[in-house]
Design a protein around this ligand. Structure first.
Ligand SMILES: C[S@@+](CC[C@H](N)C(=O)[O-])C[C@H]1O[C@@H](n2cnc3c(N)ncnc32)[C@H](O)[C@@H]1O
Length: 254
């Protein structure tokens, strides 16, 4: 048996939140990733673990919630869509990637009065042409506030109201997809003092499945390199979430 006097020095230090420990935690950590199985993918480095530290020259990094463009680029090179919809475009990251890859893209945002939760608005954005890929990076509920427009998903006062509007968006996006078309959603779990931990990734899947979509490949766990929360010091104790999740759903082919 271990002596009760043997304590974990890491824990002991963390209790006192020593300057030394804070310095250690600020160092980059290198993890050995599993080997990638050789396969016929046109984008072999695209796996369930997305750890690219380079955001690429897409969109505006200063835009709140900017997601970097390389994941979008990899997805488009993998799925090779003919027409992309980007209905929560923010600083235009997805549009910039599409421009580079020469894939037609139609985009909107609540900042321009475009409401992605409206089926009519989504249908108008799609136009007459068949949409085979929708890229969506919605607000992680109220983690960041975007527009002053009350239709902004980040402005919904309760979780129930957010989920109802999020469901309307998922159904509207599903409605504009051709059979076999894909809806890619980048979402992160959220927590705050009032709501506690809110599993938004779970809710995304639940709402997508209820809308008749199926998930067509692995979750892509995107490491949150460059997140502003990584530079903060908190007095409270919690297990930091260092990722968000990209889920790709497919509309039935029949
Ligand atoms: C996470 S940000 C997207 C950032 C973007 N991926 C980028 O790299 O710049 C979420 C965006 O959703 C927009 N948004 C929120 N509610 C919306 C709605 N109902 N319809 C359309 N856009 C909405 C916000 O204005 C914000 O730009």
């Amino acid at each position: 048996m271990r002596s009760s006097s043997v304590v974990n020095p890491f824990f002991a230090n963390s209790v006192h939140a020593s300057k030394n420990l804070q310095t250690v935690l600020r160092q980059p950590v290198f993890a050995k990733l599993p080997r990638i199985p050789i396969n016929g993918s046109p984008v072999p480095h695209l796996t369930s673990l997305y750890h690219n530290t380079d955001a690429g020259e897409y969109g505006r990094r200063s835009y709140p919630g900017n997601c970097g463009g390389n994941l979008i680029k990899d997805l488009l090179m993998y799925f090779r869509p003919r027409l992309v919809l980007d209905p929560m475009t923010g600083s235009g990251t997805c549009q910039d990637v599409c421009r580079e890859l020469r894939v037609p893209c139609r985009a909107g945002d609540i900042h321009e009065g475009f409401d992605a939760t409206s089926m009519d608005a989504m249908t108008a954005l799609a136009g007459q042409d068949p949409v085979d890929f929708v890229w969506a990076h919605p607000p992680y509920w109220r983690q960041k506030l975007y527009a002053t427009d009350e239709r902004d998903l980040s402005r919904t006062g309760t979780l129930e109201a957010f989920l109802a509007r999020y469901e309307a968006f998922i159904r509207a996006a599903t409605g504009v997809l051709v059979p076999g078309g894909r809806l890619a959603i980048l979402m992160g779990d959220y927590s705050d003092r009032d709501a506690g931990f809110v599993p938004l990734v779970y809710h995304t899947k639940r709402l997508a499945f209820e809308a008749g979509l199926r998930q067509c490949c692995t979750d892509i766990i995107r490491f949150s390199h460059g997140a502003t929360s990584g530079r903060k010091v908190y007095r409270s104790s919690f297990i930091p979430g260092l990722h968000d999740v990209c889920m790709i759903f497919e509309r039935s082919r029949v």
